[in-house]
Design a protein around this ligand. Structure first.
Ligand SMILES: NC(=O)c1ccc[n+]([C@@H]2O[C@H](COP(=O)([O-])OP(=O)(O)OC[C@H]3O[C@@H](n4cnc5c(N)ncnc54)[C@H](O)[C@@H]3O)[C@@H](O)[C@H]2O)c1
Length: 245
């Protein structure tokens, strides 16, 4: 990772921040793109102080082509290139399918799925020119298993897994690998909202008997982004305590 340049979308906090920290610990320079500009800059600053690598935190909305193109130009101008892209930005807007509002369907699909396509397209151009790169998409086990109350979210994450395979096939001959990590239930702001009852029902489904941590996801994502995974592309690693086998 020494001297490589990594972009992490939605890296201001949560799983994205953990991935950024681990990449920095291994020597990579870090660019965080997030709609939370102040938090992106604060996290980037904290990572620079902790690990002594170059970092930048930038306002970027993954659903906007113009915003992503501007962020790519800034990253390339600042660091000279992009070697690693972690497509992590994602949201939930849960509700039963028949009651789900159209705007909640559209918003989740726009950020979780279109956003991955947009960033892959814009950063992919830089990687294609350099003829090297690694892309890791953060999917979810519910993209494979489904989950009542998450029609929009599970569809978006199933889409991410399909998009991962297509990007892997299109980019392989140019030295670019594309893989996904599908987390199960991970302790973050997203899962802190759960009631004790919901948490208990969830734990009953997990053979390893506990929620995962953002660091558990980061370990798998950084492995896939590294040269240790040089012969792996188009794959999805489930980081879920065995909930999906
Ligand atoms: N927490 C879990 O249990 C869990 C499980 C499976 C998958 N995931 C996935 O992991 C990823 C990270 O989730 P998290 O739990 O850390 O959530 P989080 O809400 O803590 O972090 C998501 C980040 O994405 C940013 N973001 C939202 N919309 C954006 C946009 N349009 N452009 C740029 N950035 C945007 C947010 O500001 C935030 O910083 C998501 O893709 C999520 O679906 C999480």
């Amino acid at each position: 990772m020494q001297g490589k340049n990594a972009v992490i979308t939605g890296g201001a906090r949560g799983i994205g921040e953990s991935i950024a920290r681990l990449l920095a610990k291994m020597g990579a320079n870090i660019v965080i793109w997030d709609v939370l500009e102040d938090q992106a800059k604060a996290t980037a600053g904290a990572i620079a102080s902790a690990f002594g690598v170059k970092t930048a935190g930038q306002a970027a909305d993954v659903t906007s082509g113009d915003s992503v193109e501007a962020a790519v130009a800034a990253a390339v101008a600042g660091l000279g290139g992009i070697d690693i892209l972690i497509n992590n930005a994602g949201i939930t807007r849960d509700g039963l399918l028949i009651r789900m509002k159209e705007e909640d369907w559209d918003k989740v699909l726009a950020i979780n799925l279109k956003g991955v396509w947009q960033c892959t397209k814009s950063v992919g151009r830089v990687m294609l020119k350099a003829r090297r790169g690694a892309i890791v998409n953060i999917a979810s086990v519910v993209g494979v298993m489904g989950n009542a109350g998450q029609a929009n979210y599970s569809a978006s994450k199933a889409g991410v897994i399909g998009l991962t395979k297509t990007s892997a096939k299109e980019f392989a001959s140019r030295g670019i690998r594309v893989n996904a990590v599908a987390p199960g239930f991970i302790r973050t702001a997203m899962t802190d909202k759960l009631t004790d009852e919901q948490r208990k029902r969830m734990l009953d489904l997990i053979p390893l008997g506990q929620l995962g941590t953002p660091e558990d996801v980061a370990d798998a994502a950084v492995f896939l982004a590294s040269d240790a995974a040089r012969y792996i592309t188009g794959q999805t690693i489930n980081v879920c305590g065995g909930m999906l086998m």
